[in-house]
Design a protein around this ligand. Sequence first.
Ligand code: IDP
Ligand code: MG
Length: 139
Amino acid sequence: MSVERTFSMIKPDAVAAGQVGEILAMIEQAGFKIVGLRMIRMTEKQAQGFYAVHREKPFFAGLVKFMTEGPILVMALEREDAVRKWREVMGATNPANAAEGTVRKRFASSIERNCVHGSDAPETAAVELGFFFSAADLL
Ligand code: IDP
Ligand code: MG
């Protein structure tokens, strides 16, 4: 397995709750190098575009409202097997199913307000990194 990059976000719930520092520490302790990081506030259009794959889901409108309610951190993370490893460190979508010691087990309050995002495959990571970072940002 070679070094790869994945896309990650710290969502509005965790930023508002002051959990950024602890989540970044968990990321670094898991062996990731943070190779890109910005704080932004997504517009409704950006959130709809980013989550377009979920547009037919019953939770789509609520998800867009949540993801635009406040600032977020967008990040590019690098390590061996980064996509799979960051999904493992994040924990399951629903914190009720998340393993002990995962970010979502520690900080998420619901299946919607689950504090972090991670790409689900290398192909998705490439698209999601490109959504928020230009190639020159991530040399
Ligand atoms: P993931 O973030 O673990 O990849 P996805 O299924 O891709 O999970 O869903 C994207 C995001 O949509 C989740 O992280 C969560 O914020 C929200 N979400 C997913 N399923 C539900 C649901 O059943 N109700 C409300 N929100 C949901
Ligand atoms: Mg997903």
